[in-house]
Design a protein around this ligand. Structure first.
Ligand code: UDP
Length: 330
């Protein structure tokens, strides 16, 4: 198949492009390069530099490249920033997605796989969280993802658009070999920050709260490796191509979690440099435990995560950061 990967120059998008090629598919990337990196793309993959806020440009790209399906990653992704600049988030994530949907139904009406997030669930007591849990996003970011899920469903009902929504839990790690990986301008993710601290770029690691109702008092998250997540997208587009799983929504996670302390222990073990740790107050909006109900995608799409060992996951992130201490800048 030929896939148009929207936001394909970003962290998850670029890993997905690789896994698509490895599975024998063809990819063309559409990205505005606001946070993505052209260097993250394999040689020979065409890059259309266009913005979803330019409907004519998006339509022209679809008409020029005639993809068999579209995978949509392009979004602003920072929870804190979304609360300070809601207009930017609604415009970029919701209006941008609307323009893409409109362009798809006006051109080829090909299947769509959409990047959503566990943030659509908000705080919940459900452990693990099933896909049919109530949806109460607590940030503008989560709200923009839920609004987009709902828009896609409406286009499915009205125009027959086939789709799959994937709700990611905590994405981490890097392609083995360490040549592409996470390189966001603002760093907030635990494993990335711990690796950069181990490299001496920061003094110490803050543990945001150690008085949560969990075994060691720190928050538990479901850490899914970016390459496994990329494979989930390959499975999703292939299923839609076969006419399977149309209008389905899947969590993507391991179905079990690790605490902040367990993650930092794994980073210490992998880097061989024990990090200085300091317990800080809880970070606003962090639920104690977020773990994916992860059976549905296993049962229906045959998803088989390869990276289930925390140290192995961390090792791939460490390899990337060690080789590229300043991301794609070096
Ligand atoms: N965390 C932490 N120190 C940090 C960064 C994160 O203790 O420097 C905690 C955070 O409070 C959360 C977990 O690590 O409980 C995962 O946070 P991250 O930002 O990686 O992902 P999120 O769960 O917010 O999507």
């Amino acid at each position: 198949m030929k896939l148009m990967v929207v936001g394909g120059a970003g962290y998850i998008g670029s890993h997905t492009v690789r896994q698509l090629l490895a599975a024998g598919h063809e990819a063309v990337v559409l990205d505005n390069l606001s946070s993505g990196h052209a260097q993250a793309l394999p040689e020979g993959v065409p890059l259309v530099q266009a913005d979803l806020l330019d409907p004519a440009g998006v339509k022209a790209a679809l008409e020029a490249h005639q993809p068999d399906a579209v995978i949509h990653f392009a979004a602003l992704i920072e929870v804190g920033e979304s609360m300070r600049a809601p207009g930017r988030y609604y415009r970029n994530n919701v209006v941008g997605s609307l323009n893409l949907l409109q362009a798809i139904v006006e051109t080829r009406k090909v299947p769509l796989v959409f990047s959503s997030t566990a943030a659509v669930y908000g705080t919940t007591d459900a452990v693990p969280i099933p896909e049919d849990a109530p949806l109460h996003p607590e940030s503008v970011y989560g709200e923009t993802k839920l609004m987009t899920e709902n828009m896609i469903h409406a286009f499915h009902v009205a125009h027959g658009l086939p789709y799959i929504v994937l709700r990611y839990f905590n994405v981490c790690g890097a392609a083995p070999g360490g040549d592409i990986g996470e390189a966001h301008p603002n760093k907030t993710h635990l494993i990335e920050l711990a690796c950069l601290t181990a490299l001496g770029q920061r003094e110490k690691m803050m543990i945001f709260g150690d008085d949560y109702p969990t075994p060691d008092g720190t928050c538990i998250r479901d850490y899914v490796h970016v390459q496994d997540l990329a494979d989930a997208h390959v499975l999703a587009v292939e299923a839609l191509q076969r006419g399977q799983a149309n209008a389905a929504t899947y969590n993507v996670g391991l179905g079990h979690g690790f605490s902040v302390r367990e993650v930092l222990d794994a980073v210490d073990a992998v880097t061989g440099k024990p990090l200085t740790r300091e317990v800080a107050p809880r970070r606003a909006g962090d639920p104690p435990r977020l773990v994916a109900g992860a059976r549905r995608i296993v049962d229906e799409l045959g998803f088989q995560p390869q990276f289930t060992d925390l140290q192995e996951i961390v090792r791939t992130a460490w390899e990337w950061h060690r080789k590229h201490p300043h991301g794609f800048g070096q």
